[in-house]
Write a new protein. Structure first.
Length: 166
């Protein structure tokens, strides 16, 4: 919320300085940690755990038919991480009948050191989304929902092989 309000204010100030001419301002959040939780996405919680993330985009201000500013944001979310095993981490998986199984990352790292598994880079970006930041007052509409996950990057994606060996 804070970023988009500041971006809107900056773009509107530039629009006024330009005498009401259209303006476009590139924007980017700082890098942030994002952790998946079991209740939101159990698969990503176990497979990835957490990532670094940011949002990049462009704020535009254009005059409407009456010359009043119309502010919009075209943006995408980005995530990346190195998939590896940290000695001080691990996961506990709930099993049937109320029991649990703890798997320390050190044990998973052994698969890597013996050649059974490997570490890899993970990166992805959302499709570009548009969000209206409002005209006379800031918009408080909810952000667009993410696209449904596709099959890109899995074993059936031919471009996946291009990322090997990095």
């Amino acid at each position: 919320m804070e970023d988009r309000d500041a971006w809107r204010d900056q773009a509107l100030a530039e629009f006024r300085r330009n005498g009401g001419q259209p303006v476009s301002i590139p924007v980017e959040t700082g890098n942030r940690d994002f952790g998946f939780t079991k209740d939101v996405d159990e698969n990503r919680f176990y497979a990835v755990g957490s990532t670094r993330s940011d949002v990049t985009g462009v704020v535009t201000v254009v005059p409407d038919a009456d010359g009043r500013p119309r502010v919009g944001l075209d943006y995408q979310a980005n995530a990346w991480d190195r998939y590896n095993w940290d000695q001080d981490k691990g996961v506990t998986i709930g099993l049937p009948r109320g029991s649990d199984m703890s798997i320390p990352d050190g044990r998973m790292a052994r698969l890597h050191t013996t050649g059974i598994a490997q570490e890899f880079d993970m990166a992805g970006s959302s499709s570009v989304k548009h969000y209206g930041l409002g005209a006379s007052a800031p918009s408080r509409d909810p952000l667009p929902q993410p696209d449904e996950p596709g099959r890109e990057g899995d074993r059936t994606d031919p471009s996946r092989e291009q990322q090997e060996g990095r």
